[in-house]
Design a protein around this ligand. Structure first.
Ligand SMILES: NC(=O)c1ccc[n+]([C@@H]2O[C@H](COP(=O)([O-])OP(=O)(O)OC[C@H]3O[C@@H](n4cnc5c(N)ncnc54)[C@H](O)[C@@H]3O)[C@@H](O)[C@H]2O)c1
Length: 286
């Protein structure tokens, strides 16, 4: 089924199951943001092909989806390995002929290596984990998507690719690379029925970014000072945006990178002081 040019735009009230009959490949789809995307896509009628390095996470998410009446399969895949991606591609194409939706979600900021202490090995790790796999997996599915009439690709990168990230400039640069890959691919393949968009998350509570397990626990009221929306984010927050971008709801949207960050990108420079109860742009609230 094509996700592009549906011929007739159905009335919006029919769009209760936004991915009915679609096949969606989700990398890192067993937990965190990818896990929420897998569950939400399945709830909207997609058959979800979960490409996940951790077999336990993959099986748990597939079991949850099936228990809720949805359809999913687990593939134990390390997206950094081209042999694994070849096997994934063969399994998906043998079953369905093509994927309608691809979510490139794998990525990690760890281990944090300060740039002065970094090495060609650590640069390469960041490259493979945060950029190269998305190119590889996209390449693996693109031709069959085009032959099938179109598709939607959603790349999960980071708000750190959209602003200056002091922690690790190599990580930030790899996320920026994925964001720009998104833009360029969209420009090149729109006429072939392919839409490509990206999501830059921040502040999402996941196994990787476990805010609630921090030494000081849930920062509670302090979130009001930290994020313009005044709260921590949940994996369902970016998952909802991914659903929109993957579905025909976004049929005229391509080449965009959307921060799903509770407003941290837009709020930079001005801070809300919970004590002064107003915005400040200097270290001490006056
Ligand atoms: N959580 C946040 O606030 C946040 C912020 C910025 C960017 N991101 C980005 O969002 C994406 C998801 O992040 P998350 O916080 O949900 O991460 P997570 O580590 O909690 O979940 C990632 C999932 O991918 C799987 N995975 C890891 N390496 C893999 C590989 N090589 N092959 C296949 N599967 C693999 C993991 O087992 C896990 O299930 C990442 O690209 C991350 O960089 C997240």
């Amino acid at each position: 089924m094509t996700t592009q040019n549906p011929g007739r735009v159905p009335p919006i009230e029919d769009w209760n199951r936004l991915l009915e009959g679609r096949v969606a490949v989700v990398t890192g789809g067993g937990d965190g943001i990818g896990g929420a995307i897998s569950r939400l896509f399945a709830a909207h009628g997609a058959l979800v092909e979960i490409a996940e390095i951790d077999p336990g996470r993959a099986e748990r998410t597939v079991a949850d989806i099936r228990a809720a009446g949805g359809r999913a399969r687990a593939h134990v895949v390390d997206v950094r390995r081209s042999e694994d991606v070849d096997t994934l591609r063969a399994a998906v194409l043998a079953e369905h002929g093509a994927a309608d939706v691809l979510v490139n979600n794998v990525g990690d900021y760890r281990p944090i290596v300060r740039f002065a202490d970094s090495s060609p090995e650590s640069w390469n790790e960041m490259y493979e984990l945060n950029f190269l796999h998305a190119v590889r997996v996209t390449h693996a599915f693109l031709t069959s998507m085009i032959a099938n009439g179109g598709g939607s690709i959603v790349n999960i990168h980071s708000v750190e690719g959209m602003r200056g990230y002091p922690g690790d400039p190599v990580y930030g640069a790899m996320k920026a690379a994925l964001s720009h890959f998104t833009t360029c691919l969209a420009a090149g393949y729109g006429r072939k029925g392919i839409r490509v968009n990206g999501i830059g998350p921040d502040l999402i509570q996941t196994p990787q970014v476990d805010y609630l397990a921090d030494a000081d626990g849930d920062a509670g009221d302090l979130w009001e000072a930290w994020a313009p929306v005044g709260r921590l984010g949940w994996p369902t927050d970016p998952a909802r945006v991914a659903l929109f971008l993957a579905s025909d709801m976004a049929s005229f949207v391509t080449g965009h990178n959307i921060p799903v960050d509770g407003g941290t990108l837009t709020g930079g420079g001005w801070f809300y002081s919970p004590t002064a109860r107003r915005f400040v742009n200097r270290p001490r609230a006056l």
